[in-house]
Design a protein around this ligand. Structure first.
Ligand code: ARG
Length: 577
């Protein structure tokens, strides 16, 4: 348990023992540090509730504070200001040199949470928006730190219309392939008729033609229907397309350190589709409308339009809504989770609201399971519009990775060469992409400013990683043994210590609010304080041995904290850069 949480529990006991019936007392960072590092602002609230004088209430609380609190004073109407005794802070933080868990206030109950993020669409290139899988990944790591059981699922988009289009285009290019011959009785070829590079060209071409040629669009739709139904030739070709495209998408997820426990796709939910539809129908919740089986999910108090869920077309094909409902059924059966969380583009908000309503209304999901959508904003180009390449095309995620890599690589020291240079540049690229993606509030759109994001200064992944590299090379100069912080030699040290006592609150906020940006901000603040301390103090030549040991221990502590926080973001360190 963290120091602040422990102290807050003790303060609560004091207040309760004084006869006030409340359930939390907060020890907050002071807004007036000249009166003390922390504030307790409970007295005013209690005075109001119990009809007493706030200063008297404050006096009563203060009378019971033990010697872990120093410099206790009351300001204004009843603000209690305190400073924590150095020994109390040092005892606590010395444990953190080895053990990050002292910063984590784990809840009593651990939850099983299925996390849906990634969502790459087979046969289409990943685009810049797919970078935002980093949010789900960071949250997965944070949940683990807090003792939950996250189960991440990439949920491949492998069963929808894009693949029908690609098949139609392949037919155009290679009409004689046996997959298109209805009377073909032999075995289908074991290798794919198209490469991944070809798919990269085929999909955009097909998608363009679909808009111009209605018959073509209809034929593509019919292919979608056929592979969904399992018509052998088309299904075999579908399999080749999936097997060709998937490893390529997977490689990008691997590069970005995104780890999926499950590699299911929309197609895996297909076997639950009929059951799901039957279930909804058995509850009397479905009806036919314009040849489509639908389920109404609107409510009388809706203040916006709430369209029905679309379940099945007259030709038998299922839709995006059906797949998500079926996937939820599958996840409930497999894991009976406490929650299913979706990290998806904010523009899909309505789809998920409809889906969740359908689940609760029908009883497909019990009220005790939380279905929650965490929408994220768009990544824009320097002009504030959707990111385009120089020739006006859509920026692929690979293109973005390359752009960052090309900015970072020249900044690495010249004497680092060969594979080592490539590896370091790659890790710094990932650090840049992740940090800049996790820093803004989740829902806001942001402009990808490659110069700013690859800078060695400011709120960037490189700055954070650079600080750990500096720490490691400093620590390498000293014998590897146990060091303990013994005193607080100066203000630079104190500032870092106070910041570290706040870490538990930052982590709890990030966890409760599902917001990785708090962690990014914290990393920046801590790294800045440390770098200031490093510039002002000559650790290697410090003659006072007690100070020197404290500095080394403090450096180890800061390193351990940054290391763990970067790991939550999915960022790896480097030995040099
Ligand atoms: N493949 C989808 C898309 O790109 C995202 C999938 C999100 N997850 C889900 N369960 N629908 O739009």
């Amino acid at each position: 348990m963290s120091l602040l949480t422990l102290l807050e529990a003790d303060l609560l006991k004091i207040v309760n023992d004084l006869g006030y019936d409340i359930d939390t007392v907060k020890l907050e960072k002071s807004k007036l540090p000249e009166y003390g590092e922390y504030q307790i602002n409970t007295a005013m609230m209690l005075a109001k509730r119990y009809g007493e004088n706030p200063r008297d209430v404050a006096e009563k609380i203060v009378a019971h504070l033990d010697d872990r609190f120093t410099n206790v004073n009351i300001q204004g109407p009843g603000f209690i200001n305190v400073t924590l005794k150095e020994e109390t802070i040092l005892d606590y933080l010395n444990k953190g040199i080895e053990d990050f868990s002292i910063f984590v206030d784990k809840p009593n109950k651990s939850r099983t949470i299925v996390m849906d993020y990634g969502g790459a669409n087979i046969a289409k290139e990943l685009h810049v928006g797919h970078l935002r899988c980093n949010i789900g990944e960071a949250m997965r790591r944070l949940l683990k730190v807090f003792g939950d059981k996250p189960i991440s699922d990439v949920h491949w988009g492998d069963f929808g219309t894009p693949i029908g289009l690609v098949i139609r285009e392949i037919q155009e290019m290679q009409p004689d392939l046996p997959y298109f011959d209805k009377d073909y009785k032999g075995e289908y070829p074991s290798t794919s008729p198209v490469t991944n590079e070809e798919l990269g060209i085929i999909y955009p071409r097909a998608s363009k033609r679909k808009k111009e040629d209605e018959a073509y669009a209809e034929e593509a739709k019919s292919f979608t229907e056929q592979f969904q139904k399992g018509v052998p030739g088309i299904r075999a070709l579908w399999r080749h397309i999936v097997d060709t495209s998937k490893p390529h998408c997977q490689a990008i997820y691997d590069f970005l350190n995104c780890k999926f426990d499950l590699s299911y796709g929309e197609s895996d939910a297909d076997r639950y589709a009929d059951e799901t539809i039957e279930f909804l129908s058995s509850k009397g919740l479905t009806r036919m409308s314009d040849g489509i089986l639908i389920m109404d999910v609107n409510q009388s108090d809706d203040n916006k339009k709430m369209p029905p869920l679309l379940l099945k077309k007259s030709n038998g094909s299922i839709l995006y809504d059906t797949t998500d409902l079926a996937t939820i059924k599958e996840r409930m059966e497999d894991f009976n989770p406490d929650a299913i969380w979706y990290f998806v583009d904010e523009r899909q908000n309505l789809h998920f609201e409809q889906t969740f309503r359908g689940c609760y209304k029908s009883g497909l999901v019990p009220p005790s399971t939380e279905l929650k959508f965490f929408g994220f904003g768009t990544i824009n180009g320097p002009d504030g519009k959707p990111f385009k390449t120089r020739d006006g095309g859509v920026m692929s995620l690979e293109g973005l990775i390359k752009l960052v890599y090309d900015h970072i690589e020249p900044k690495i020291k010249e004497n680092i060469t060969g594979d080592e240079r490539t590896e370091i540049a790659s890790k710094l690229t990932v650090a840049t992409l992740k940090y800049s993606d996790l820093l803004p509030a989740r829902k806001t759109d942001y402009i990808f400013d490659v110069d700013k994001f690859t800078s060695f200064e400011g709120r960037t992944g490189v700055y954070a990683v650079y600080t750990t590299t500096r720490l490691k090379s400093l620590l390498n100069k000293f014998e590897d043994k146990k060091y303990i912080m013994k005193c607080v030699p100066n203000k630079d040290t104190l500032d870092i210590l106070v910041k570290l006592t706040e870490l538990s609150k930052t982590l709890t906020s990030a966890y409760n609010d599902v917001s990785t940006n708090y962690i990014c901000e914290y990393i920046y603040d801590l790294a800045s304080l440390y770098n200031k301390f490093y510039a002002n103090n000559n650790i290697a030549n410090e003659s006072n041995k007690e100070y020197q040991e404290t500095y080394i221990a403090l450096s180890k502590l800061v390193y351990n904290v940054l290391h763990n926080l970067l790991d939550i973001l999915g960022i790896e360190e480097v030995e040099k850069m």
